[in-house]
Each structure stands twice: as C-alpha cells, then as structure tokens.
Ligand binder design. Structure first.
Ligand code: BGC
Length: 263
C-alpha cells in the first residue's frame, strides 16, 4: 500500500482507530494529513466483541453525520478485510470479515488495516519519516507493540514485530508501555528494555530509521536520550495520537475508486 491515488487527494475521508481503551475517529484532509474536525472518542466496549465494537464505530461515525468511505484500524493482523489475530481484543475477532461487518453496519465502503500499519503510513507520508527511502521501521508502544516496515516507501503489512521473542518472552510483554505501567518501571529501566528490543529488530532489518510512536512518543525526551547502541536514527512520531486515524483514512482513500468513478 502506498500513496492514495490523485483522485482522492483533496478529498476528505473518515478514519477510525480501534484501540484497547478507546475508539476514536474524525474526517481527515488527505492533502495535509490532518483532521478537519476535533476527533470524537468513546470507550471501547467490554468485552470488545465484533458486534459491540461495530456499534461503537457506528456511533463515532454517526457523530459527524458522515457518509462516504471509512478506514478503520484494528490491533491485530488484517488480511483482505478479515481480522486474523486478536492479541489484545476479544478472541471472537479471529476469522471475522471485519470490512464486511463494518461496511454493513455503517452502510459505507469500509477498509480495515492493522493499527501500526496505519500509523506507519501516516508517519511516512505526513510525519517523522516523510519522504524517507530505504528501510524504515515504525514501532508503536502502547498496550502492545505494533510495527510497520517500509522499504522505499512501500509497506510490508502485518509484520507483528511486537511478538518477537526477547530474552525468552514475547517482546511486547516486556517493552510495551503497559509493561512499564504494570511493573511501575522507571524511564531508565524501561528505556533499557526498549533499547534491547530495538537492537534486536535492528539486527534483523538494518533499518536506516526507527520512528517511535504511540502515546508515549509525546514523552520522547524522557526516554530517547537514554537509548544507546542502536546505529539507526531514532525519531519520535509526529502525528502521535492521530496517526492511526490519518493512516486509516489514507487506506480507505487508496481503496476508493474516486468521486469520478463513483458518480
Ligand atoms: C498486535 C498488533 C498490534 C499491536 C499494537 C499487538 O499485540 O498483535 O497487531 O499492531 O499490538 O496494537
């Protein structure tokens, strides 16, 4: 997946980001990669079953009276609109035609993609990795660790690098911000884990650039200076909490045949 076709640049597309704690969305101006209205957020239903989440996504979209293409992120592997894993959401998501389910519920064309892939697309086109060639790895630190790998601007989807094994553990259980909070780790101790994780990913991919995203990118000054021994450049994400919404809208824009074809 790469840049949206020219037919949609200049048009607004709606983006929704499904997260473990909140579901948020807003219309996005694809020319600038910016939200055109303040985003609207509701709490993720518990349990976060496909049916309950679909209702919440409808509520977010309806809040703007939106009709038209909608892009939606999902925190797991997504292949052709079907959700294939569910590490941090209800198990019922595995094998669901999420694009079909949401498309029916919203009565709009819906594109679904992995949340970190969406954030990565946004950072690559509008943010910290704008215009960067070569291998770029965007990592989102939150409840889990999400990854988006690009080579010369092209995304390799669903890389799931958060589940690499690190010192005998699933990496995200050690180095996510959830691990930091749950174990009450200092910035220093958490940064050491992140450093070990980045060094491991660097060995596998030799990227030129790491972009560190997720809510914690707002506090980059507290932990990025503590990370040593990684050769690649490391930059904090620029779109921060809006990257998922913007990337979702980009994906829907790229999948949309365009106003001319739709007319
Ligand atoms: C999931 C990924 C997701 C990441 C961030 C991981 O547990 O497996 O698909 O991108 O969390 O939400």
């Amino acid at each position: 997946m790469s840049v949206p076709p020219l037919s949609v640049v200049g048009m607004d597309v709606f983006g929704v980001d499904i997260g473990g704690s909140g579901i948020k969305g807003a219309p996005v101006d694809l020319k600038r990669g910016e939200l055109t209205e303040e985003r609207f957020k509701i709490l993720t239903p518990k349990p976060a079953t496909p049916d309950a989440v679909a209702d919440s996504v409808r509520e977010v979209v309806a809040n703007f009276g939106w009709s038209g293409p909608v892009g939606v992120t999902f925190p797991g592997v997504v292949v052709d609109g079907t959700t294939c894993t569910a590490a941090n959401v209800a198990e019922e998501w595995v094998g669901v035609d999420a694009a079909g389910l949401l498309g029916e519920r919203l009565d709009s064309p819906v594109t679904v993609l992995n949340d970190a892939d969406a954030a990565g697309l946004a950072e690559l086109h509008y943010g910290a990795a704008r215009g960067r060639r070569g291998t770029v790895v965007v990592l989102t630190f939150g409840t889990g660790i999400g990854s988006a790998v690009f080579t010369d601007g092209k995304l390799v989807p669903n890389t799931e690098l958060g589940h690499l094994e690190l010192q005998g553990h699933d990496a995200e259980t050690r180095a996510s911000t959830r691990a930091k909070d749950e174990e009450d780790l200092s910035w220093q101790r958490w940064a050491r884990r992140v450093q070990r994780y980045l060094a491991h990913v660097e060995k596998l991919f030799t990227p030129e650039l790491f972009v560190i995203g997720g809510g914690v990118s707002r506090k980059a000054d507290k932990f990025l200076p503590l990370i040593e021994g990684v050769s690649a450049e490391i930059l904090p994400a620029q779109l921060q909490n809006n990257a998922g919404i913007v990337g979702a809208a980009m994906a829907a824009g790229a999948a949309w045949p365009g106003p001319a074809a739709a007319a």
